[in-house]
Design a protein around this ligand. Structure first.
Ligand code: UDP
Ligand code: MG
Length: 338
């Protein structure tokens, strides 16, 4: 299983790891995050770039990462023009990352950076996507875990792409995988699904998910519900089909019921009765129709958004890591034979 992206013999070309960190109002955690990540990266046999994507934070996040960049030549900053949401922030990071391998990690230290060397070991064996699989989720409510579980069960039975359960966005991607992802420009981006969609050799590495180090989660149940909806509508049209089948079943039942009514009327005459039955039938059908229209609406709305063909995000600025610039200089000199 040899992956053309990397060369285990390691030519003189330096191998670079990019770590993408989407950050939305994370000023409290970022210094500690950077410290822990730097410790891990220092031990790696490759150079690194740390891509902070400021997703329109309203606190001092941008200032914090700018300070980090002053003292650390490996820091790249992408400053988005407003809050676009984590999925888009990740996409911006993937678009700009220069590494031969790219790690995606949350800023809040729920994904321990100490797992990264393990991810890299599997990448070196030739896997394109090495995802970290949670064995424990500390500091999360039973309700959140239960709803997540239901989501994965439904998703796995409906969608053709198998999305691994208990997996966040924390993972390593090979250059080939990143380039493939970059070709996907849809507006509604369910990243976990897209990571699975690209295929290639994939591998799971178990880890313990820690509680958030500081700051607050940006997810509430309403956002999670919308996230799940995004997942379903991006990866399966089963709900549309279900609406169709439900309509067919109800129509068939109605046909038989009509036959019974005609039969009864002929046999026993037509006393005015059946008001409750009529109400129930009408309300039920009305409800089913509205539901089906709602499902249609979810898909039509997404088609509407896609058809506008807007850029996925806009940036205030992109400041590449100084270390990468140096490497490019050196590469140029090497290829010129200087
Ligand atoms: N995030 C982001 N944009 C958003 C929301 C979140 O870039 O609009 C980042 C956030 O800074 C963090 C990661 O996405 O690095 C995960 O967010 P969070 O911890 O709130 O999610 P949870 O771990 O609760 O699923
Ligand atoms: Mg978190």
């Amino acid at each position: 299983m040899q992956n053309p992206d990397h060369d285990p013999a390691g030519r003189f070309a330096p191998r670079v790891l990019s770590v993408i960190v989407p950050a939305y109002n994370e000023q409290e955690v970022l210094p500690e995050f950077h410290r822990r990540l730097s410790e891990v990266i220092a031990l790696l046999p490759m150079s690194a770039e740390i891509v902070y994507v400021n997703d329109g934070s309203t606190d001092g996040t941008l200032q914090v990462i700018q300070d980090l960049r002053k003292h650390d030549a490996r820091v790249t900053i992408i400053d988005l023009s407003r809050n676009f949401g984590k999925e888009i922030a990740l996409t911006a990071g993937l678009d700009h990352a220069q590494g031969d391998a790219v790690v995606v990690i949350d800023a809040d230290l729920q994904d321990p950076p100490e797992v990264i060397p393990e991810l890299i070991r599997h990448w070196e064996k030739g896997y394109d996507v090495v995802y970290a699989k949670r064995t424990a989720r500390e500091g999360e409510t039973f309700m959140k875990k239960a709803t997540a579980h239901v989501f994965y069960v439904v998703m796995q039975s409906l969608a053709r792409v198998k999305i691994p359960a208990d997996t966040g966005d924390f993972r390593l991607l090979s250059r080939r995988a990143v380039d493939s992802l970059k070709q996907i420009r849809e507006q509604h981006r369910f990243m976990k699904g897209l990571f699975a969609w690209i295929g290639y050799p994939q591998m799971a590495v178990p880890y313990r998910r820690d509680p958030r180090f500081a700051g607050e989660t940006k997810w509430n149940y309403w956002r999670l519900w919308n996230f799940a909806l995004e997942g379903f509508t991006s990866f399966t049209i089963a709900p549309l089909k279900a609406a169709g089948y439900m309509g067919m079943l109800i129509a068939m039942a109605a046909f038989f019921y009509a036959a019974i009514i005609v039969f009864k009327t002929l046999m026993f005459g037509d006393p005015v009765r059946g008001y409750p039955t009529m109400m129930v039938t009408m309300l039920f059908l009305g409800g089913v129709q509205l539901l089906a229209i709602g499902i249609l609406g979810e898909y039509v709305g997404r088609m509407f958004n896609e058809s506008k063909n807007r850029p996925l995000y806009l940036t205030n600025s992109y400041s590449p890591a100084k270390s990468i610039l140096e490497y490019e200089e050196r590469d140029k000199r090497v290829s010129l034979g200087l």
